[in-house]
Write a protein that binds this ligand. Structure first.
Ligand code: URA
Length: 408
């Protein structure tokens, strides 16, 4: 076997055997296959796709590249969730406490963000003291004690994904449905939960740009789940406009707390209710309608909010000390009309440039900066109304954010 023949075969749109996939991907891990060879193979996959058999084999190769987590000693049903990422997506911070407050275990390993969409771990790190790196023992103990945990994904879990993702990121091969499915499902299966909810974002501010592609990804991830005897549900949610009203790390934590306390009911609230209801319905084997009632009650009764605070304290965070910058730049409307669109991509880009995200792995995040949306899609706007507020520290620039707002 040799790597050039394998690349050639995929370039000619032929199906690779498991042995060939092992040769290429395990070879990449142990450095016998070079960056440029893997890049060529990834591009061939991106263009010609993978059959289901290839996807199953590759998922297995990814999982076996590292350790897996056994949660069987923790009593109860364990439900995990994953979102394909989007601007202002702080759903994990809202959903995990809701579901855990209803007696379901939520073991959540999350990542950091790269590019315009922030990662859950970056958001949590805006809470002073909060520990995101946990040992396996700490992870299991917390899950057993308080029913939820959100921590950084360990290096040992699917290390092949980390290597391949970094290469995909710089070779224009991220947007491949089979590669996305393998990447997400290998991590979810290795994390050990019994049931998995995937929130597939579709739209301008997301990796998947339309619902047709989102549906193909959904069906593929469900088939991978079936292969491993895991119940997988996927919901497809819109990412044309930002999720919620805050973009930026501390701002997003503050918004999550507001949603949990029932004080904000916006598109973030609606999506969180949807995702949490599906998780509860799967875990308790009840209808979505019954699950939804329980989810809303968890918010109204403050059970979910209290669980969020319990989680923060357990991981040694002090939310009272979380800082949002005092430097504000208000962006005012130069038009009168109805706000018909807010470009999620542009908002994410500006927030990132203010310092809330990283464009390269080594960039340092400023947790206190970001964008607050004063107006929502559908609102009427008068001349001079504040459309959004930029929270800044080192970088004071509006980056033409007004272009993100369509007013008609
Ligand atoms: N999220 C992942 O974890 N992997 C992908 O490939 C895309 C989104």
């Amino acid at each position: 076997m040799n790597i050039v023949d394998i690349i050639n075969k995929k370039r000619n749109n032929l199906e690779l055997t498991k042995e060939e996939l092992e040769y290429a991907f395990n070879g990449y891990m142990n450095k016998t296959v070079k960056d440029y060879q893997m890049s060529a193979l990834l591009m061939a996959i991106c263009i010609n796709g993978l059959s289901d058999e290839e996807v199953f084999s590759l998922t297995d190769i990814f999982i076996r590249s590292g350790n897996t987590i056994d949660l069987s000693m923790i009593p109860g049903v364990k439900v995990d969730k994953h979102s394909t990422g989007g601007v202002g997506d702080k759903t994990t911070l809202v959903i995990a406490p809701i579901v855990a407050s209803l007696g379901i275990k939520v073991p959540k390993m999350s990542g950091r963000g790269l590019g315009y969409t922030g990662g859950t771990i970056d958001k949590l790190e805006s809470i002073p003291g909060l520990k995101v790196n946990l040992t396996k023992e700490e992870f299991l103990k917390e899950l057993d004690s308080i029913g939820m945990v959100i921590c950084s994904q360990t290096e040992a879990l699917v290390p092949l994904d980390k290597e391949i993702y970094a290469l995909r990121d710089v070779t224009a091969t991220v947007e491949s449905i089979p590669l996305i499915a393998v990447s997400i499902m290998s991590k979810k299966i290795a994390s050990g939960a019994d049931k998995i909810l995937i929130d597939i974002k579709s739209g301008k501010g997301a990796l998947i740009k339309n619902d047709t592609e989102a549906k193909i990804l959904k069906d593929l991830m469900i088939r991978i789940g079936n292969k491993y005897n895991k119940e997988v549900r996927c919901i497809i949610s819109n990412m044309d406009i930002p999720l919620g009203i805050c973009v930026g790390n501390a701002l997003e934590v503050a918004e999550a707390a507001e949603v949990l306390s029932g004080r904000i009911k916006n598109n973030l609230y609606d999506l969180c209710i949807d995702i949490a209801s599906n998780m509860v319905s799967m875990a308790k084997e009840i209808s979505i309608i019954d699950a939804r009632e329980q989810v809303i009650e968890a918010i109204e009764s403050k059970k979910a909010y209290n669980k969020f605070m319990e989680f923060i304290v357990y991981q040694k965070g002090n939310i009272e000390e979380m800082e949002i910058s005092n430097n504000k730049l208000e962006i005012k409307s130069d038009k009168k009309g109805i706000l018909t669109d807010i470009d999620a991509y542009k908002i994410g880009e500006v927030s990132c440039k203010l310092g809330s995200g990283r464009l390269s792995k080594d960039d340092v995040i400023d947790p206190a900066v970001g964008v607050f949306l004063n107006k929502q899609v559908g609102d009427s706007v008068e001349l001079g109304d504040i459309l959004c507020t930029l929270y800044y520290n080192k970088v004071k620039d509006d980056f033409d954010i007004i272009k993100a707002f369509s007013i008609q």
